[in-house]
Write a protein that binds this ligand. Structure first.
Ligand code: SAH
Length: 216
């Protein structure tokens, strides 16, 4: 992907330095991806001036584009090195999808709202991200057709870890998912070791609800 020239490169540099590197993210590939992906293009033009601020923004349909630091934290937690097949649940704006696409080989991303998926597809094509497949449906069931995955990211808050996703993880695979009530969650990382699943709590967070058969 070649970044389009734009007027926001400086705002992005400050975002990466002040919100992401300053909070301890060290992965150079991730910092570079966040430096280069034009986040403003994933929100309405009226919000461009806020696109690099330290908070989520509305993307319509009652949904949000996650805070830049949360995108970095979740991406970092997957420990990607470049060759992975990744599943994302909750395409939303497609911004997180674009970051993941820079860090791995291929991303499958599921969104339940058709209009959001279509809009995300347009932006991803515009900025030249082609190693992604966007799927419309209930991502709480995962995407069995392409399973198993090296890593799975859920970008909406779940009442519990959606069971089908565990079964779609490769050996050594990582799943990050916010788990809690409808208002506050904890970001959980689950790693598959044989038939054992090891959970770690990466801290508090706040996401829109994961709606579906294995969600709310
Ligand atoms: N990663 C996105 C976050 C969007 S918010 C971004 O940064 O823009 C979470 C998204 O998850 C919303 O778009 C919502 O519609 C979607 N979602 C909620 N439940 C879902 C489900 N069961 N399957 C797929 N997508 C779901």
């Amino acid at each position: 992907m070649s970044p389009l020239p734009d007027n926001f490169a400086l705002a992005r540099r400050r975002m990466v330095q002040e919100q992401i590197a300053a909070r301890g993210v060290r992965d150079q590939r991730l910092l570079k991806a966040m430096q280069e992906v034009p986040r403003h293009l994933f929100v309405d033009e009226a919000l461009w001036s806020q696109a690099y601020n330290d908070h989520p923004l509305s993307i319509g349909e009652g949904q949000t584009i996650s805070q830049p630091y949360m995108v970095a934290l979740m991406s970092d937690a997957l420990g990607l090195t470049g060759g992975e097949k990744v599943l994302e649940i909750g395409t939303g704006s497609g911004y997180q999808t674009a970051i993941l696409a820079r860090l791995c080989d291929w991303v499958y991303s599921i969104e339940r709202i058709l209009g959001l998926s279509r809009q995300a597809q347009r932006v991803l094509e515009k900025i030249g991200v082609f190693n992604v497949n966007l799927v419309v449906g209930d991502g709480t069931k995962g995407h069995p057709r392409e399973a198993p995955y090296d890593a799975i990211m859920v970008t909406a808050g779940a009442p519990q870890v959606p069971q089908p996703l565990l079964g779609q993880l490769k050996q050594g695979g990582r799943l990050v998912v916010p788990v809690g009530d409808k208002h506050l969650q904890n970001l959980m990382r689950v790693t598959r070791r044989g038939e054992e699943f090891i959970s770690e709590d990466l801290g508090g967070c706040r996401f829109v609800n994961l709606i579906g058969e294995h969600g709310w």
